[in-house]
Design a protein around this ligand. Sequence first.
Ligand code: SF4
Length: 87
Amino acid sequence: PAHPYTKGLLNSIPRLDQKGQSLYAIQGLPPSLLRIPSGCAFNPRCDRVQDVCHTELPRLVPVLDAEGADLPGRRSACHFWKETLHG
Ligand code: SF4
């Protein structure tokens, strides 16, 4: 995944090989639609949040592999998609 929210959702899927272990849960709650945070709407719940996430709305950008080649059909709206994907 190239977005922390997607990564969190995938990490929260129950797995048979982890029976008996606690499920991963994304911290916090979805924002009120009447009070959507400035910048990235996911910033109150993101474990990768930085200052820029509070002030700038991330653009939807193509996702590239480690060699810089476009991954067809893959897009992310995260300032730190590279770190999320490759980090
Ligand atoms: S832009 Fe910032 S707050 Fe939003 S998902 Fe990416 S790292 Fe998290």
